[in-house]
Design a protein around this ligand. Structure first.
Ligand code: URA
Length: 210
């Protein structure tokens, strides 16, 4: 994957995203749409996985059949909204190893602080896909990727539903080697760091909290 930012303009992705943005969409439908859209985004982010072949017997003959090469992938969810994207991606790549990173924003310094980190072993040998639906300021994504790199990961991709130009720029500056796949590059951030037009608070909308 060579582009730093890929926006998935597929009609099904864009249709589902519109339904998710609509504030009248229920929590239940929001979660269902997120699961569906994450399958489609996972398809895109895994497009260039390395392949090898294996000799198999079909009912008719022997063939050299294509198969994924290398160690199983790692998926890392940034808590808590990342878990909504994780479910669909894991459905498509069920053998992936899964890690979690939890960060909160220190109210005084406004910097992300780690409160939970559990990652798969041998990250240096795996493609690691980090999932978080909203790339807003980019602070938590950059901090999570700092952590993941410190644990050895070298080949990382970032999957989100919506990205703000501010977050993309921050990621490009801090982690130019990490390609981003998203369903939309939105207009901007508002004064409270919400993505505009966005879809509101992704965690609240998927879990029905306020
Ligand atoms: N996180 C969200 O859930 N929504 C935004 O708009 C920005 C960050």
């Amino acid at each position: 994957m060579t582009d730093h930012l890929t926006v998935v303009n597929h009609p099904l992705v864009q249709h589902k995203l519109t339904l998710m943005r609509d504030k009248k969409t229920s929590t239940n439908s929001f979660r269902q749409l997120l699961r569906e859209i994450s399958l489609l985004l996972a398809y895109e982010i895994t497009r260039e996985l390395e392949m090898t072949t294996r000799t198999i017997q079909t009912p008719l003959c022997e063939m050299e059949a294509p198969i994924l090469e290398g160690k199983k992938l790692a998926l890392v969810s940034i808590l808590r909204a990342g878990n909504g994207l994780l479910d669909g991606v894991l459905e498509l790549i069920p053998a992936a190893r899964v890690g979690f990173v939890g960060l909160y924003r220190d109210p005084e310094t406004l910097q992300p602080v780690e409160y939970y980190c559990k990652l798969p072993a041998n990250l240096d040998e795996r493609l690691t896909i980090v999932v978080d639906p909203m790339l807003a300021t980019g602070n938590s994504s950059v901090a999570a990727i700092d952590l993941i790199k410190a644990k050895g990961a070298k080949n990382i991709r970032f999957l989100c539903l919506l990205a703000a130009p501010e977050g993309v720029a921050r990621m490009r500056e801090a982690h130019p080697d990490v390609p981003i796949v998203t369903a939309s590059l939105d207009e901007k951030l508002d004064d409270h760091a919400y993505i505009v037009p966005g879809l509101g608070d992704a965690g609240d909308r998927m879990f029905g909290t306020k």
